[in-house]
Ligand binder design. Structure first.
Ligand SMILES: [Zn+2]
Length: 178
């Protein structure tokens, strides 16, 4: 299985060619640096698309963990629990006439449910955190690779420039001072 997106950059001689964004599939001019789609705006280049690569490998458990931790990180999560606790306590304290209690004080059933929720939530958080860490590591690796490629290109350009200066000097032409 190889559904990891790859960006094909057309050669300079290939006039009128477009770059197809591997993330959203949109067409961009050959000299575009970023995808023209505002929703996407990915950098276009011949390098790994880390987020898409990880997304392609994401299983159902990682997908569920991301959804759960995404919800847990929002204020709705706290609100939901507060409403739940208030209803539970009211229902089991006999304070509301039409609600019959099923979990008397000290609310052992509630404690049991919350303990299970805490265990599952810890698992989901760790799965999601591992994915985030993998993403950060791959991004750092990609940054390093791009830096090395730039460094090599710079050295190559420096050598070519030196050769050009030497060629000019041997022809008797004085090189122009920078
Ligand atoms: Zn795009």
């Amino acid at each position: 299985m190889n559904d990891i997106p790859v960006c094909e950059i057309p050669s300079p001689a290939d006039a009128g060619a477009t770059i197809v964004c591997p993330a959203c599939g949109g067409e961009n001019p050959a000299d575009a640096i970023f995808c023209a789609s505002h929703a996407c705006h990915k950098a276009l280049g011949e390098f790994d698309y880390v987020l898409e690569e990880l997304e392609a490998r994401r299983g159902w458990i990682e997908h569920l963990a991301d959804r759960v931790t995404g919800f847990a990180g929002r204020p709705h999560f706290v609100t939901f629990h507060l409403v739940w606790f208030v209803i539970w306590v009211l229902a089991n304290s006999g304070l509301v006439a039409f609600l019959s209690g099923f979990d008397a004080y000290p609310f052992a059933l509630l404690s049991f449910i919350l303990a299970i929720e805490a265990i599952l939530m810890t698992g989901f958080l760790l799965i999601s955190q591992n994915r985030q860490q993998a993403y950060s590591e791959k991004r750092a690796e990609l940054d390093y690779e791009v830096n090395i490629r730039s460094y090599r290109k710079l050295i190559e350009l420096e050598k070519r420039l030196d050769a050009l200066v030497r060629a000019h000097a041997s022809n008797g032409t004085k090189p122009v001072d920078p």
